[in-house]
Design a binder for this molecule. Structure first.
Ligand SMILES: *Cc1c(COP(=O)(O)O)cnc(C)c1O
Length: 438
């Protein structure tokens, strides 16, 4: 797509050319390369509230929000103050600090389904550690995951489903030995019959089931609560641990994430993204008895040079304090609902085949009318509509994550005016795209 000639993106283009000489594909995480939507990634110079500016000085309303962590927008003054204040005492010690206690205390007082946690430095690390813990605690080896869920770049979870309903995974990345992939079973989401059959056949070897209770990494694939409840009861019945990967949903749809929203108790829960206030933090937590398997209390080894880093803990605590304010989640969800409702109403009136699906402050463009998608391959594989909308919005000062498989986020920093402006631009983009289709 051509950029209107009045928009200057030359500095981003130059920086991307240079970056290609430094990093594979010019980036340090693949989706940033704009491969999915086409064009050249923007290099971001700064952010403030819901706004970001690229290196050419172009301004955008940001709905990527660093892929989820920034629930209060960029550089919220309270989070900023806590980070800088903590940093004045040094960045890292590799010894215990009271900041770890403070964040843990704040979280555990509000998360009734876990007794203890361990901080890591990323969501991937939290998931990887949770799997090891599940295996160590049960003495079993196999893990069950669902097609369409993403759990970071953990070897044994970079797997795809085969053709049957219950299949052993085949690796979806080079460098993952088939022997690892074979330790993972893959099932479609929201399919009760397949789930029951799988448990009956494999429960003896299953250490854990891992699921994003609100799958939000391949579109927003909302699950029926009844499906999650069935999963819970099968895990209990067969002695299999249930891991809720709440790296994206935790502190996003409610303080206690999907577990709180749906009222379902996981055995192990993983967090990331929002928990770090924009700095690199992950965590996993469980009951005292399960966590007692973790080293040095127990035999399951897990460690980290920068785990529990005081600056990151301070950022996380500041952010979570703001999240815990009365009515915070209800208000954010209400504003997000209003934002998507007007777009959906418009699309419906004009019979454009697009619908924004949302939960809490997460939303996603669905282009095939399916609301309950049970597997990644049921998502419309033609992303040309999203790619058009993405570029149309960029040209109009609105930044979305550069892939139609990714969700958008509303933060508490987004003003009503910014949401209204964006809704109008989205409606214009949709109309322009579908008018040109004829
Ligand atoms: C983002 C994400 C991860 C990976 O977290 P990183 O911090 O990127 O390693 C894992 N699980 C879910 C559900 C995620 O959304």
């Amino acid at each position: 797509m051509n950029t209107p000639s009045s928009i200057n993106r030359s500095r981003s283009a130059e920086l991307f050319e240079a970056a290609k000489g430094y990093f594979p594909g010019g980036v340090n995480s693949p989706v940033r390369a704009f491969k999915s939507v086409g064009g050249t990634p923007l290099f971001i110079a700064k952010g403030d509230g819901a706004q970001i500016w690229d290196e050419d000085g172009n301004e955008f309303i940001d709905f990527c929000c660093s892929w989820g962590p920034l629930i209060h927008g960029h550089n919220h003054p309270y989070v900023f103050e806590k980070i800088v204040g903590t940093l004045q005492n040094g960045a890292s010690f590799g010894a215990p600090t009271k900041k770890e206690n403070e964040l843990a205390d704040f979280m555990l007082a509000r998360l009734p389904f876990i007794d203890k946690i361990r901080f890591t430095s990323s969501g991937t690390e939290a998931v990887m550690s949770a799997l090891r813990l599940a295996r160590g605690a049960t003495g079993k080896e196999k893990i069950l995951k669902f097609d369409g869920c993403y759990h970071g770049h953990v070897d044994a979870l970079l797997v795809q489903a085969g053709s049957g309903l219950v299949t052993f995974g085949t690796s979806s990345s080079a460098g993952v030995p088939e022997a690892f992939a074979n330790q993972t079973l893959v099932l479609p989401l929201n399919n009760e019959a397949a789930l029951i059959a799988c448990f009956e056949e494999h429960h003896q070897n299953l250490a854990a089931v891992i699921i994003e209770p609100i799958p939000a990494n391949n579109g927003l694939l909302l699950q029926d609560r009844s499906f999650l409840l069935l999963l819970r009861s099968l895990c209990t019945k067969f002695g299999v641990l249930l891991i809720f990967d709440e790296v994206i949903s935790g502190f996003r749809v409610a303080f206690g994430g999907a577990s709180e929203l749906y009222g379902i108790q996981p055995d192990i829960v993983t967090y990331g993204k929002i928990i770090g206030g924009g700095l690199p933090v992950g965590a996993y937590g469980a009951s005292n008895s399960i966590m007692s398997h973790v080293s040095p209390e127990g035999p399951v080894y897990q460690a980290g040079t920068l785990s529990g880093n005081p600056v990151a803990m301070a950022a996380g605590l500041a952010q979570l304090e703001l999240c815990a304010a009365d009515g915070f989640y209800a208000n954010l969800a209400k504003r997000t609902q209003q934002f998507v409702d007007q777009i959906n109403q418009f699309a419906q009136e004009k019979s454009f085949p697009v619908e924004l699906i949302c939960i809490g402050s997460i939303f996603w463009f669905s282009f095939n009318g399916k609301k309950r998608i049970s597997a990644a391959n049921q998502i419309n594989s033609d992303m040309s509509a999203f790619n058009f909308i993405h570029h149309f919005l960029l040209d109009n000062g609105v930044y979305f994550g550069p892939s139609g498989y990714e969700v958008g986020f509303v933060s508490s920093a987004h003003t009503d005016n910014q949401l209204q402006y964006t809704a109008e631009k989205i409606m214009m983009a949709i109309e322009t795209y579908y008018k040109n289709q004829h």
